[in-house]
Design a protein around this ligand. Structure first.
Ligand SMILES: [Zn+2]
Length: 271
C-alpha cells in the first residue's frame, strides 16, 4: 500500500515543480512542442473496478505517467501481443498484470491521473516491427510523461514496489487545544526511517544496474523512486526525500542540456 502522506507529498512536490521550477517549465515547453503522445496508453479510470484497458492514441495529447521497472517475461503475467491485443483493448482485470504494474496503477489513480505507459502492455511484445518503432520513440515517451514512477525497491515485476515497503509510520489525529475546532493529522516515523541515503537506496538498487533504466531516467522530466523505506522525488531543478528536502543541485543544468541534445538526435532520426 501507499500512505496518504506519501501521495500528499508527491502531489505537493509536483505542484511546486509545475509552478516554481524554471528549468522544468522550459524543458516541458520544449518537449510539448516537439513530441506527441505514445501510440498506446493504459486507461486506468474504468467504471469496472480494478480493470484497465489499452487505448490507441492517434495524434492525441494525453497526460500520462510512465513506469520504469524490471519485469519478468514468464507467464502467467499478461502482456500485449498480436494475440492478446484485442483483449487488452476490451479491458482486463488488474489481477492478471504483474505486481509492479498493479502498484503503478494504484499510485496513478491516487494521483488523479488517467493514463499509464508500460512497455510490456503498450508495445506488442511479439511484433518486431511494432517493437522497433516504439523503441525508437522510447526517449520521447519518457520525456513527455508527466511523471515517471520507478519501481526501485522491486528486483522483479512480480515483487511489486508498494508491498515491499517497510515504512513504520504511525498516524494520529490532533487538536490544537481541548476547546479548539481545528483538527489535523500527524504522521510519525522512527528516526532511521527518515534518514535519506540516496546512493544506497536508489543508485545502488538493482533497478539502476540496468542500462536502459538509466536512459529512461535521463529522459524523464520527473521521477519518483519507491524505495523500501522512503520515497525520493527528483526533477530537473531539485530533489527531495520523503520528509526531508535535499536541495540537490546536480540535476540542474547538465542533465537538462544533455537530455535536450539526445532528444534532438532522436528527433532527427524520427522525423
Ligand atoms: Zn521541477
Amino acid at each position: 500500500m501507499v500512505s496518504e502522506s506519501s501521495i500528499e507529498m508527491i502531489r505537493s512536490w509536483l505542484n511546486q515543480c509545475e509552478k516554481d521550477h524554471l528549468p522544468c517549465l522550459q524543458s516541458a515547453a520544449w518537449i510539448h512542442k516537439h513530441s506527441k503522445a505514445p501510440t498506446r496508453l493504459l486507461d486506468v479510470r474504468l467504471v469496472k473496478e480494478n480493470w484497465v484497458r489499452l487505448i490507441d492514441t492517434p495524434g492525441q495529447a494525453k497526460e500520462y505517467v510512465a513506469l520504469s521497472y524490471c519485469w519478468d517475461k514468464e507467464p502467467p503475467i499478461l502482456v500485449t501481443t498480436t494475440e492478446t491485443y484485442r483483449r487488452m483493448l476490451a479491458g482486463v482485470s488488474c489481477r492478471l498484470l504483474s505486481r509492479s504494474v498493479q502498484d503503478a496503477i494504484t499510485v496513478v489513480k491516487k494521483l488523479g491521473i488517467r493514463y499509464l505507459w508500460v512497455d510490456a502492455l503498450c508495445i506488442k511484445q511479439n511484433d518486431r516491427e511494432d517493437w522497433n518503432f516504439e523503441a525508437q520513440n522510447m526517449g520521447l515517451i519518457y520525456a513527455n510523461a508527466y511523471l515517471t514512477i520507478a519501481a526501485t525497491s522491486a528486483k522483479c515485476g512480480s515483487e511489486g514496489f508498494l508491498s515491499a515497503r517497510s515504512c513504520n509510520e504511525l498516524t494520529t489525529g490532533f487538536r490544537a487545544s481541548p476547546r479548539a475546532t481545528d483538527q489535523g493529522t500527524v504522521h510519525w516515523r522512527s528516526y532511521p526511517d527518515i534518514v535519506c541515503d540516496y546512493d544506497k537506496d536508489v543508485e545502488d538498487s538493482s533497478l539502476l544496474s540496468r542500462g536502459w533504466v538509466k536512459q529512461e531516467r535521463l529522459f524523464s522530466r520527473r521521477t519518483v523512486d519507491f524505495c523500501r523505506k522512503r520515497t525520493y522525488l527528483q526533477c530537473r531543478s531539485s530533489a527531495c526525500c520523503e520528509g526531508v528536502k535535499l536541495e540537490i543541485e546536480r540535476f540542474n543544468g547538465y542533465e537538462f542540456v544533455l537530455s535536450l541534445h539526445l532528444l534532438s538526435m532522436l528527433q532527427e532520426e524520427i522525423w
